[in-house]
Design a protein around this ligand. Sequence first.
Ligand code: NIG
Ligand code: FE
Length: 395
Amino acid sequence: MQTLAVVENGSVVIGHDGLIKAVGSAEIIESQFKGATFDNVLDASGMCVLPGLVDAHTHPVWAGDRVHEFAMKLAGATYMEVHEAGGGIHFTVAHTRSATQQHLLAALQSRLERMMRAGTTLVECKSGYGLEMDTELKMLRVIHAARQSLPIEISATYCGAHAVPKGKTMEEATQDIVAVQLPKIKELMASGDLQVDNIDVFCEKGVFDLNSTRCILQAGKDMGLNINFHGDELHPMNSAHLGAELGALAISHLEEVTDDGIAAMANAKTSAVLLPTTAYILKLSPPRARDMLDAGVIVALGSDFNPNAYCCSMPMVMHLACVMMKMSMPEALAASTINAAYALNRSQTHGSLETGKQGDLVIINAPRWEHLVYQFGGHQELIRYVIIKGEIVYE
Ligand code: NIG
Ligand code: FE
């Protein structure tokens, strides 16, 4: 992650199938493709071409903002104090339950457009503001519809265990997910009505404990979903050990992970999805990215876009990761491309500029790629083109 392969005076050729046909020195590519005709040629002289950014963790389907809670938090309330007072996730659940599918889709589409504008070409999108079957399915259908209507690629995550719904115990909620919701999702996936890739649980003190988390993740794994869950965020929960044991692809947050947990993740090749916006907004101690990197954990980044952490921009996330978590700029870029693709089980096809991979690019109007991380906000001026499968989606 320290040494990125930077090609000076390079070219990228993308075929009609949206895949990269060649990438490397312009001179070599020009002779290789001599006489070929191209539908479109972009002159990126003086610019830098990077892989499309991958956002490995978002909660982008919701109604009702929480700007009032931002004021409460600024005045000193903690995340769990707001949650326990019936706000936080519960506030968003109430608004999302009563919102129409149409309203949620329009909101999601505009958020995804903003993410694409900031260079994201593949994004993980969670459900989790329903906490009962009908609304969870409504959210997954909205994600499915966005997938069909926008060029940005989506990895869909069922997060029915995002909180214990009001009026239920944790045991009842776990039973409902395992015995009712997951079988229904399996049925809809089999008929092609839904595409779900990952299973998620918020494993936290006062939310889902380790046993319930294990039970839900295992049930998801048994139906072919990738395990990708929230763990060790506010309290050390042994989530990292559990994830390693279950063969999780990714665990997010990890502000409170132990040294043993880090070692278990490195061993199991379970990636760590770090979310600097959350630590920043909630004033938590940032996750120990350096310790994880030194131990050989596959570190990825995500925006955690949600009504608590309202940030759609991976360039801002990379900047925060460098300043708050002591990551280097090459590490932040690798964590927001190839490693984030790994966390979503897409590293064979996404996350780097290599022949045969998908032609997803961000082209910035700057002489060095580091400007994407160095500049904090205002990236509309910097990002000149965003390209997905060879098609310009923004210029
Ligand atoms: O990743 N920690 C749990 N879930 C989200 C927050 C969701 C919310 O507050 O609405 C997170 O930060
Ligand atoms: Fe989250």
